[in-house]
Design a protein around this ligand. Structure first.
Ligand SMILES: Nc1ncnc2c1ncn2[C@@H]1O[C@H](COP(=O)(O)OP(=O)(O)OP(=O)(O)O)[C@@H](O)[C@H]1O
Ligand SMILES: [Mg+2]
Length: 258
């Protein structure tokens, strides 16, 4: 199961990615969480200890690896390189694991433009498309904000896309744009996830004003979320209301995708 998490800046994509990763891991699944934000912060949200985090290098910055596998240096445009490099060992070798969640950082790669054919995006694309996933394994991709990156290259391999929204019209506006772009590349399994919801009125707002996307669930607004960040603890461990809501969503999503 491969899930991409998108939405406007600051709505809570990373928070949701971490919660779902930990919920699936706790239920016994193999989870690979991928931070696709050029300024990564999923490790922090997952509560990875600092000592472990320093061992993580974003794939896009591994020039030697990219060269070894594709035959071209990153940043090369034109020339010859292989479009299906060997990737099977990459998650094992270049990720870090904490409490059953495996984490990879992609780094800064332009995978959005349909015209972008460079060695580093070929490597990452192959990685996500061809990774052997057992049926019960879960890939969670924490995307960066906005819509520009939603090119075919990045996400056409996902089974579901979750669009995180706050209960505001602006955030729903971005969700509508994402829906359109996703549909353009043939992705139709999209769900809305409400975040920072302060009561039934705001939940109803999301339910009724949805830009044509079914609502998978909502996460309540909770000051303890910021507190968790300050303390360096995962929201999953620190905020029971969000953990429970995320666990419900995790189960619901599996049922929808079966
Ligand atoms: N349910 C919540 N209640 C209160 N605060 C929240 C909640 N969810 C997220 N936040 C806070 O909102 C901010 C943004 O959250 P997060 O980093 O998860 O968003 P994001 O969409 O990944 O942001 P970016 O676009 O920068 O990647 C953080 O300070 C986080 O602590
Ligand atoms: Mg984020």
């Amino acid at each position: 199961m491969k899930i991409a998490i998108t939405g406007k800046g600051g709505v809570g994509k990373t928070t949701l990615a971490a919660l779902l990763a930990q919920a699936y891991a706790a239920s016994g699944r193999q989870v690979l969480a991928v931070d696709a934000d050029p300024s990564p912060c999923l490790a922090g949200a997952l509560g990875f200890p600092d000592g472990l985090r320093t061992r993580l290098t974003p794939i896009a910055e591994m020039d030697d690896l990219i060269y070894e596998r594709t035959g071209a240096m990153p940043g090369t445009i034109g020339g010859f390189f292989t479009l299906n490099p060997r990737v099977d060992d990459i998650p094992e070798r270049f990720s870090i694991i904490h409490r059953n969640v495996r984490l990879l950082e992609m780094g800064s790669v332009d995978t959005g433009g349909s015209g972008c054919i460079c060695p580093e995006s070929a490597l990452l694309k192959t990685l996500f498309t061809n990774l052997l996933f057992r049926k019960d394994d879960v890939l969670i991709l924490d995307m960066y904000a906005g819509v520009e990156h939603l090119g075919r290259a990045t996400v056409d391999f996902v089974d579901a896309m979750l669009v995180v929204v706050e209960p505001t019209r602006r955030s729903l506006g971005t969700a509508a744009q994402i829906k359109k772009l996703a549909n353009d590349i043939g992705l139709t399994r999209l769900w809305l996830v409400g975040n920072k919801v302060r009561g039934p009125e705001e939940a109803d707002f999301l339910e009724t004003e949805t830009p044509g996307l079914p609502l998978l669930g909502v996460l309540p607004a909770d000051l303890a979320v910021q507190e968790a960040d300050r303390l360096g603890i995962a929201v999953y461990d620190h905020v029971p209301a969000l953990r429970l809501a995320a666990e419900e969503m995790a189960v619901k999503l599996v049922k929808k995708l079966e």
